[in-house]
Write a protein that binds this ligand. Structure first.
Ligand code: COA
Length: 179
């Protein structure tokens, strides 16, 4: 698909249902191929429902950014302030204060068009204007496309962690960039 104009703005409560739909459509793309579909469905139901997005949008520590193209939400990023809560992550990630880029998902028809780059630029702008010294994220070890994207945009791998999806333990890389 060729590039079309995209705007990135902070999402509001009224976006919860659409964000949940985009999240359900894109989360499976980030999963390792051997992850059971039941585990993926459980995660979508428990973590990516419109009710949960309502919670995220009301959480003062979270900022949800939406990417809009042709008047449709085609991607989103979720940012979390306050530093890593998982001690495994906190030991590895160095910058403080640091912003977590907790989710970065774009509909497949808009991959490679600049939508993701615009979302990441807005996320890093947010980190800068919040006075952060850097940003961090986690990415599945088998998600080579996302790793390449993050590396292009200045992140480097500094460690690993595990994430439970449904009943399966998945292996992530931890990536950070210091400003
Ligand atoms: C991750 C994501 C946001 C990146 O956005 P994108 O628009 O695809 O990113 P780009 O096209 O700018 O960059 C991807 C890079 O990976 C490369 N790539 C594509 N497939 C690849 C593969 N299988 N292995 C390695 N690199 C790959 C592309 O060629 C490109 O690199 P290049 O610009 O040097 O050619 C998007 O792909 C996405 O939403 N994926 C599904 C959800 C997901 O995985 N989110 C991340 C969760 S941590």
């Amino acid at each position: 698909m060729s590039a079309i104009p995209v705007t990135v703005d902070r999402a509001g409560l009224w976006d919860a249902e659409t964000l949940s739909d985009v999240a359900a459509a894109t989360f499976p793309l980030a999963c390792p191929p051997d992850l059971a579909s039941e585990d993926i469905e459980t995660y979508i139901d428990e973590v990516l429902s419109d009710e949960r997005f309502g919670d995220y949008l009301n959480d003062p520590d979270r900022t949800v950014l939406k990417a809009v193209a042709d008047a449709q939400i085609v991607g989103y990023a979720m940012l979390v302030a306050g530093g890593p809560r998982d001690p495994v992550v906190a030991r590895v990630i160095e910058p403080r204060p640091v912003l977590e880029i907790s989710k970065m998902y774009v509909l497949p028809g808009h991959h490679g068009t600049g939508v993701s780059t615009a979302l990441m630029a807005a996320a890093l702008d947010h980190a800068h204007s919040d006075g952060c010294a850097g940003a961090w994220l986690a990415v599945n070890q088998q998600n080579a496309r996302a790793q390449r994207f993050y590396t292009k945009l200045g992140f480097r791998t500094v460690g690993t962690r595990t994430l439970t999806v449904g009943s399966t333990v998945c292996d992530d890389y931890l990536m950070q960039q210091a400003f």
